[in-house]
Design a binder for this molecule. Structure first.
Ligand code: CAO
Length: 435
């Protein structure tokens, strides 16, 4: 049978605003657990549970005004008798729900009946559980006892948290947001740079908040890690692909009817494998200690694919053993799979090097980020007809811009330049792919 839990005698205060509801239906609560926080113009206080049990229905919400006798919730009182007859082992082992209830921040609630609320500023400073908390600013911060308790448990100095509640009051969400921001910037903190400030962009005009996709968030984490932990160098070069394009166009026309699209990318995959054979350090990864280089004897090429949900990098395996046509067909399959969100994590692992081709879109050059644990990534931009001096005159040649980023811990600048020079030579004369 549910029991009505009402606001007890709270001194001279009436019609005080509910600023926080601390329980939800289904919660198991203990006597004196805080149920709601209320705030008048001068003070904030929490209303504790007169007894334990399971919350069946919460009858107030944030913003409601309550006075003595207002209904807070319906509670199914705990069955004490059942608890007493529980076997000792079970009693010693708290249930999941109880554990959850234990984990919940225990508000600094006054025992019932609550004493007259005291002004927040008068709250006595306590010994800080963390060195980071400045007791003076903590005690001056505008927050309810539950939020104070919560902040102490997380080691958050309330003096540093901006309040989004009424009159700048700090809410539990503000504390959680503060912790999330701190955790999302470990690298920045580690590098000793100032964290990104929280900015309200709406102060300058209309804005819209759009949540990042799961892929955006994951890719963002990897790219951020790779960007700050790998010393990058990008080597730019150009390849004369005039002859290659002539041959590709012939092939493309031939295979179009078979539904296979042959783009310059498959030639680049083959050329890259040829360069990996010549420069094995580019086909390696540093081991976890950073003291050994793991040289790979396989030739798997990751291809960056742009999808509506973000960037993914499926890996084409054994490129050395596949024909240009096989690769073109496989490329068609994996990009469709990527765009239909059918790639599995295993499809995106085990690469030797990655190619990021923006050639179908445009641009002249860019600086791709190494796809760790690989040590190099080749960026390809759009080929352009250009006047090239042949010793006697300018000749129109189709030039392909290449941007090779590499991990400078593994690859020296000279080898970076050798790699792109080799690549350029192979792409300029694709007969070399046969060698
Ligand atoms: N120069 C000139 N034209 C090029 C070219 C280049 N370097 N690369 C491709 N093209 C042409 C193709 O021949 C094709 O022309 P037609 O339609 O006339 O035949 C057109 O551009 C479109 O090519 P495509 O993009 O469909 O095919 P692709 O094999 O070049 O690339 C794929 C496939 C999956 C890599 C690509 O669709 C893609 O997603 N690219 C974006 C990758 C990306 O986002 N990288 C960024 C990572 S870093 O943040």
């Amino acid at each position: 049978m549910s029991k009505e839990i009402k606001v007890p005698n709270i001194g001279d205060f009436s019609e005080v605003e509910v600023i926080e509801v601390l329980v939800s239906p289904g919660d198991r609560i203990k006597p004196e657990d805080s149920l709601i926080s209320v705030e008048s113009d001068k003070a904030a206080m929490e209303i504790p549970a007169p007894e334990g049990g399971e919350v069946k229905e919460v009858k107030v919400k944030v913003g409601d005004k309550v006075s003595e006798g207002s209904l807070i919730l319906l509670l199914e009182p705990a069955n004490d008798a059942a608890a007493e007859t529980q076997p000792a082992a079970e009693q010693a082992q708290p249930s999941k729900e109880e554990e959850k209830a234990e984990e919940k921040p225990k508000p600094e609630a006054p025992a019932q009946p609550p004493p007259a609320p005291k002004k927040e500023a008068a709250a006595a400073p306590r010994q800080s559980p963390t060195a980071a908390i400045n007791e003076e600013s903590f005690s001056k911060a505008h927050a309810t006892p539950a939020v104070r308790k919560f902040a102490r448990e997380l080691g958050v100095d309330l003096g540093q948290v901006d309040g989004s509640g009424r009159k700048g009051r700090i809410t539990k969400d503000d504390v959680q947001g503060f912790v999330k921001r701190a955790l999302s910037q470990p690298a920045a903190g580690g590098l000793g740079v100032a964290p990104m400030p929280e900015i309200d962009f709406s102060q300058w005009g209309e804005v819209e908040a759009q949540p990042l996709s799961k892929i955006n968030k994951l890719t963002g984490q990897f790219l951020h890690r790779n960007w700050v932990t790998i010393p990058h160098v990008t080597q730019f070069d150009e390849a004369d692909i005039t002859d290659m394009e002539k041959f590709r166009k012939e092939m493309a026309a031939e295979y179009k009817e078979k539904g296979i699209k042959i783009t310059p990318l498959v030639f680049m995959m083959k050329a890259v494998v040829s360069a990996l054979r010549e420069f094995p350090r580019f086909n390696s990864s540093l081991d976890a200690t950073g003291e050994n280089l793991i040289l790979k004897r396989y030739f798997n090429v990751g291809i960056a694919v742009d999808t509506p949900d973000g960037l993914v990098v499926p890996v084409v395996r054994d490129v050395d053993r596949k024909s240009l046509v096989d690769l073109a067909a496989e490329l068609g399959e994996i990009s469709a799979k990527a765009r239909d969100k059918k790639l599995k994590p295993a499809d995106m692992q085990g690469g030797s090097i990655t190619i990021s081709s923006l050639g179908g879109i445009g641009g002249t050059k860019f600086t791709p980020i190494v796809n760790a644990p690989e040590v190099a990534i080749l960026g390809v931009s759009r080929a352009k007809m250009q006047p090239v001096w042949n010793g006697k005159e300018f000749e129109p040649r189709l030039m392909l811009p290449l941007s090779l980023s590499y991990d400078h811990r593994v690859i020296d600048g000279a080898d970076g330049a050798r790699f792109t020079t080799f690549l350029s030579r192979v792409l300029s004369d694709t007969r070399r792919l046969l060698l």
